[in-house]
Ligand binder design. Structure first.
Ligand code: F3S
Length: 755
């Protein structure tokens, strides 16, 4: 499967020197997170200290992982870089585009037909550029990465927010947008704000019904969906060591739900066992040789309050299983209080479905513990009240679970075994009757439970729990059922109680698989041809953006003056548009359709200055483009907050917007604009926002002497013949000015390749 042991050994070989250099520089003991950060500095040994939560730092990640939905634009951009191969080991995983409906076999076949051109495209790009390709059905990206690629002390980026799952194997793994993945594959540094550090000390030991999922459900309840923002969460303590590696993965996975940059655990025996069980004894040996560096310095965990920005302590022995939800993953309710809470809040208690799977909880251990509950139900004569759906995390997990009879146990309860893929977790679930939008309750072992997430029905109340709790509650069909204390009536009218779950951390007979679904790339991919049908509505090869014409920009029409919040969702909406992620021209038809026009308070309605008529933003911009007229977008505070979606910067660039002028930017979006060769400017005087009028034509002056730190001048030509002159600041450094001049960062990379 081509995990790169030589690369891993190379990373480990620099640990001692770099950790020592960082320790003497910061002059105090180091957390694990700091060790991983400092050993992955782009410039080598640390020469300066960084302010947590403030400094932006360049890093050199070891790996890149991409899922099929986000990989499309990442790879289309990467193709523009002109490199023969990805600069770091990278993989693509086909898991998001497979709908769950009738069961694995039929569903997978249908997906292979419906998304054939996307899968073929991804497969051929991977083949050409030395990228590992995991076919549809091979498994969910984060389970496959944990099984094959994650390694203690490594740094990885991935084009999916749950990339953080690999923290279960001691990595710093971080979710990014496609533009970042493209940069790293193209051999560029990756920039991250040096994170704050939250320590979570786990004392005691899990037992009975309580599982690692309950740890993160509790943490989510404490920190809420925003509490981890900008921070790495580092777990430690005897409780951490007592948990399995995949259990640690579950905890790190849902770090995304508290907004954390990522989460991680120090290297321990559970990780070693997992590495050996998944065929990576050489990685375990290499990690053992540097193991003192793969966890924090002892003083840190002895006096954590001195070294973390925030500290939380959880006693696992006292932890109760819980359900979080509905509609938000931080609404924490222990099972013992659920009946009362449901009655108080009017949550429907009849449970319709129990879903087990997703990247959060689809390991062998998860399935085995849930199966132990399912087996009891059969043995004790219980009939399931809710329907059951299972998505194994990978083909290796599925094959092994099948061999060991776990899947048969679920099938005995009439469960449907769906494809090893995301399925209902990403709304790829053709649930019968969902269109009726009836109020109903489901329980699942996933991570997210926002309205409509699983089945598109805004009235589905989804509760997140561990697989074993999901199994018990689905069997009872009652949200208020507490398996620790309550009994159920079986088919013979007897009262029976479920015993606590049992399971295997790792399969006793070892993992097995016939065809894991991996396609290795060609040794020499230079002759591989990438076919994209020019008539395709889902894929479109990118053309390099044009270089700057070398003059000031004059006669730009105001496209929209956006009012208030304008997130990347307002700029490039998700939902049905996700289908066009690989087709820049088609997805550009959603450009800024969510932004509120300052002048009429409407969305997707702007004045076309050439005709005087109001129309949708994308269509109006296309008219300017055809007429060869540039335009400018004006925005409010924190413009472009939200996701790192590069489409939000590429769409305006593609449609001919020349500059975005705002009161302030969300930093990632500002960088994305710069990468695409756009001008991202801020009002030197925020009140000048009020000077922008609906019929303005705008000149941007000073570009021929565009210099770091020097503001540009804008002349606003108003319809009544008057003018205003205002100053616009920018944060372009010398390199970024080159990006602007060349028409985008990728144009420069390609030029350097050709040299
Ligand atoms: Fe897939 Fe859901 Fe995870 S969409 S990657 S299973 S969060």
């Amino acid at each position: 499967m081509a995990f790169d042991i030589e690369m891993i050994k190379k990373v480990y070989s620099r640990y001692e020197e770099r950790v020592n250099a960082a320790r003497s520089l910061v002059n105090k003991p180091l957390t694990l997170s700091e060790k991983i950060l400092y050993t992955h500095l782009w410039d080598g040994n640390a020469t300066e200290t960084y302010d947590r939560g403030v400094s932006y730092v360049d890093f050199a990640p070891d790996r890149v992982a991409m899922q099929d939905a986000t990989a499309q634009m990442a790879l289309l951009q990467f193709m523009q870089a002109g490199r023969p191969q990805a600069a770091v080991p990278s993989t693509v995983h086909c898991d998001h585009l497979i709908q769950a409906k009738e069961g694995a076999q039929v569903d997978l076949q249908r997906a292979n037909t419906e998304s054939k051109e996307v899968f073929n495209f991804l497969g051929s790009v991977a083949n050409k550029y030395g990228i590992g390709f995991w076919k549809p059905g091979a498994g969910i990206i984060h389970q496959v990465v944990l099984e094959n690629y994650a390694f203690p002390g490594g740094m990885m980026i991935g084009t999916d927010s749950h990339t953080v799952n690999a923290g279960g194997l001691g990595m710093l793994a971080i979710g990014v947008g496609g533009a970042d993945a493209c940069d790293v594959m193209a051999g560029l540094p990756w920039e991250l704000k040096f994170p704050k550090l939250i320590g979570v000390k786990l004392t005691g030991k899990l037992s009975g019904w309580t599982s690692p999922k309950d740890v993160i459900l509790k943490v989510a309840g404490i920190l809420t969906v925003k509490g981890g923002t900008g921070a790495v969460v580092e777990y430690f303590g005897e409780g951490a060591q007592s948990m399995s590696c995949t259990g640690k993965g579950t905890i790190c996975n849902m770090g995304a739900e508290i907004g954390a940059t990522t989460s991680t655990f120090g290297y321990d025996e559970s990780m070693e066992r997992y590495l050996r069980a998944t065929g990576r004894a050489d990685v375990a040996d290499a990690a053992n040789a540097v193991k003192e560096h793969l966890t924090a310095d002892a003083e840190v965990y002895a006096n954590p309050e001195l070294y973390f920005d925030q500290l939380i302590e959880i006693n696992l022995s006292e932890l109760e299983p819980s359900l979080n939800g509905p509609f938000t993953p931080d609404l924490y309710t222990p099972v013992s209080r659920m009946r009362e809470e449901a009655a108080k809040n009017g949550w429907p208690t009849k449970v319709e479905w129990g879903l087990i799977g997703s990247c959060t909880n689809s390991s062998y251990e998860d399935l085995s513990r849930a199966a132990s509950i399912a087996k009891q139900a059969v043995d004790k004569g219980l009939v399931t009240k809710a329907e059951f759906g299972i998505n194994p995390g990978s083909e290796q997990v599925r094959y092994t679970a099948d061999r060991d009879g776990l899947l048969k146990t679920f099938e005995d309860l009439n469960a449907t075994i769906f494809t090893n893929a995301c399925g209902p977790c990403i709304g790829m679930w053709d649930r019968v009757g969902a269109e009726k939008q009836e109020k109903n309750t489901i329980v699942h072992s996933f991570n997210r439970n926002f309205a409509k997430r699983a089945d598109g029905n805004p009235n589905t109340f989804a509760f997140v729990a561990s697989p074993e709790i999901v199994a018990a509650i689905a069997i009872s069909g009652d949200l208020g059922f507490n398996p620790l204390t309550d009994t159920l009536t079986n088919a013979h009218g007897e009262q029976v109680k479920l015993d606590p779950p049992t399971g295997d951390e790792l399969p006793e007979k070892g993992f097995a698989v016939e065809d894991a679904g991996y396609q290795a790339p060609a040794e020499d991919g230079s002759s591989v041809v990438i076919d994209v049908n020019p008539d395709s509505d889902r894929l479109q090869l990118l053309e390099p953006f044009a270089a700057w014409e070398g003059t000031d920009l004059k006669g730009l029409k105001l496209l929209i003056k956006a009012k208030g919040k304008c997130t990347t969702d307002h700029i490039s909406m998700a939902g049905p548009w996700l289908k066009y992620r690989g087709h820049l021209d088609n997805i550009s038809n959603n450009m800024l359709i969510g932004a509120v026009n300052y002048f009429n308070e409407k969305t997707d309605s702007v004045k076309n200055q050439l005709t005087g008529e109001y129309g949708p933003v994308p269509a109006t911009q296309r008219v300017y483009k055809v007429a060869g007229i540039g335009s400018i977008v004006v925005g409010d505070e924190n413009y472009g907050e939200g996701s790192s979606r590069e489409h939000a910067a590429m769409e305006p660039r593609h449609l001919g917007v020349r500059a975005v002028l705002v009161k302030s930017f969300a930093r990632i979006h500002e960088t994305n604009l710069k990468k695409q060769g756009m001008l991202g400017l801020t009002f030197a005087n925020k009140e000048d926002y009020d000077k922008i009028q609906e019929d303005d034509t705008i000149d941007i002056l000073g570009l021929t002497t565009f210099t770091p730190g020097q503001p540009l001048t804008l002349v606003l030509h108003h319809l009544d013949g008057t003018e205003d002159q205002i100053l616009a600041n920018h944060t372009y450094n010398a390199q970024q000015i080159e990006w602007f001049k060349e028409g985008g960062a990728l144009n420069i990379i390609r030029k350097n390749q050709v040299k």
